[in-house]
Design a protein around this ligand. Structure first.
Ligand SMILES: Cc1cc2nc3c(=O)[nH]c(=O)nc-3n(C[C@H](O)[C@H](O)[C@H](O)COP(=O)(O)OP(=O)(O)OC[C@H]3O[C@@H](n4cnc5c(N)ncnc54)[C@H](O)[C@@H]3O)c2cc1C
Length: 492
């Protein structure tokens, strides 16, 4: 027997985007249901620090609901303050469990109906209209009918099952960014680690090292920094590889010294060739990645300053898939939109994080700095159908553009925009396309979201204190290098 549930706004997937979409829809008066197949809310945002609230001019670009969330988390002792950084602009180190708890609290306060351990398995398509989804859970099959559905599954599952256009991977070969299963080390000696970062020979932060002024400024602050982002230590990894202690498709230490004094988050496991929409490929990726964890722990203990007494504390509950299906919308955002800092007439949120591509067929990253850009409502509306919106990783954008829009705060901002637009449309009894854009923008602005109307000047004080990387940096290397060419690196 199939059970039935009716709702006005249905959000599929409760990651950074889905939580904000559901909160915004409910707060704007819509009956809202949030479906999630895990037993917790937060998706990947519950496993990582949050980057990208600011742009390279250290201006706060993502405000509204995401800012409210991070402030509440900080006030409750579950997050650091913003820590500024010349490459990532800013980071907030969060207590992942505190975020999971707060996410449920906020949804309950807003009246969102949460369905956990519920997997969306089919899309209800009636002509050109997406009318909801079928969910499987312990109760059986549930038909969830909705006026508007928002796909925040990260995989574009609603779109794919509803024959809505999507793309996956880069245009040349369809490969997506390398995924990572994040894990945490405890028992780190913070002063010894910082001393290791200060040793120029270790090159702990590759982006900054070529710029002596930036490096000097960073060294001045590093002892007092709540969170320290790492992307480097290549010489130590080369040494370990040469000694036969390391065989993973990664050549840099990627991770974050979190705000907890003895804790470090490792973002280095990886495989190449994953198809995130194929269960067999995902299972093989997990198998390969679990084998990498003991090696990496051993590498830290033996080679990285401050980690001799460290041990494995926690493995994230889900594989970090950086990129999957991107749903094609009324507008497809491109890298140029970000690099040029485009201002769209139908702007509903903003971003300024750099394009950060974890190489699909190599090691390390391809990176390109961007200017503060807006995200148009049209990129949140699925093409050629009615009643389907999307936010987060499955935004309508190219492989390159989504490599910037995918960070947590920017996904949250898109979620707030999609949820607000959906609630306003439902209240008027029309589609989102028929809802005046000015009404959506006014609602967002009055609820604190930055859509380009109250953008501050560059933060000259912080620019002076930290410096800035040039807009165009030297290219990094790592495509099809030796470390990424071994049989074990690939899952296909
Ligand atoms: C390894 C890694 C490191 C990263 N590092 C950072 C970082 O340091 N800082 C930062 O800001 N960003 C970082 N990012 C990017 C960022 O974390 C993610 O892109 C962002 O959190 C994605 O949010 P989302 O809501 O779009 O998707 P997700 O977090 O993937 O959420 C999707 C949710 O939908 C659920 N779901 C999927 N399919 C279904 C279905 N059929 N039925 C029901 N539920 C479903 C999933 O269980 C999940 O909870 C990183 C990403 C990765 C992978």
């Amino acid at each position: 027997m199939t059970l039935t549930h009716n709702t006005q706004v249905l959000v599929v997937g409760s990651g950074a985007a889905g939580i904000c979409a559901a909160l915004a829809a409910a707060r704007n008066g819509a009956e809202t249901t949030l479906i999630e197949y895990n037993g917790f809310l937060g998706g990947i945002s519950s496993t990582l620090p949050w980057l990208g609230f600011h742009d390279r001019d250290y201006r706060l670009l993502v405000k509204g609901l995401p800012l409210e969330i991070v402030k509440r988390l900080h006030k409750a002792g579950g997050a650091s303050d913003f820590v500024f950084d010349p490459k990532c602009a800013s980071t907030v180190s969060i207590d992942t469990h505190a975020w999971k708890i707060q996410a449920v609290e906020m949804c309950e306060e807003a009246g969102v109906r949460i369905m956990l351990h519920s997997q969306m398995v089919e899309t209800l398509r009636e002509g050109d209209r997406i009318a909801g989804v079928i969910v499987e859970n312990k109760s059986g099959r549930v038909e969830v009918r909705a006026d508007i559905t928002i796909d925040c599954s990260g995989d574009g599952d609603v779109a794919a099952r509803g024959d809505v256009a999507w793309e996956k991977g880069r245009t040349t070969d369809g490969l997506v960014q390398a995924p990572t299963l994040v894990f945490k080390l405890g028992g780190v000696d913070r002063p010894a680690f910082i001393a290791g970062c200060k040793d120029p020979a270790n090159n702990y932060r590759e982006w900054i090292r070529p710029y002596p002024e930036l490096w000097k400024k960073m060294m001045k602050r590093i002892d007092s920094m709540d969170a320290i982002i790492c992307g480097g230590f290549a010489p130590l990894m080369e040494k370990a590889r040469a000694a036969g202690d390391l065989d993973i498709p990664q050549t840099r230490v990627v991770g974050v010294k979190t705000h907890r004094p003895d804790e470090f988050l490792v973002v280095m496991t990886r495989v190449l060739g994953l198809d995130p929409t194929n269960a067999q490929s995902l299972s093989l990726a997990y198998a390969r990645i679990y084998q990498q964890i003991p090696q990496i722990v051993g590498f830290f203990q033996k080679y990285v300053p401050g980690f001799a007494g460290a041990s494995l504390r926690e493995i994230a509950p889900m594989l970090g898939v950086r990129e999957s299906r991107r749903i094609m919308g009324d507008y497809v955002m491109s890298a140029d939109d970000l690099i040029e800092g485009r201002v769209f007439d139908d702007a509903v949120s903003m971003g300024g994080y750099h394009i950060d591509i974890h190489r699909p067929a190599g090691t390390w990253v391809d990176s390109r700095n961007v200017q503060a850009y807006t995200i148009p409502l049209r990129s949140l509306i699925a093409r050629d159908v009615d009643s389907l919106l999307m936010a987060g990783k499955c935004l309508s954008a190219t492989h390159e553009a989504v490599a910037s829009t995918r960070v947590v705060p920017i996904c949250m901002g898109q979620g707030q925009a999609a949820g607000t637009a959906a609630a306003l449309a439902v209240a008027r009894g029309v589609s989102v396309r028929q809802t005046p854009i000015s009404a959506i923008q006014d609602a967002l602005a009055s609820q604190g979201a930055e859509i380009g109307r109250s953008l501050e000047e560059p933060n000259w004080e912080i620019i002076e204190e930290l410096g800035q990387l040039p807009l165009v940096e030297e290219e990094s290397t790592g495509d099809r290098d030796a470390a990424s060419s071994t049989q074990l690196a690939w899952v296909r």
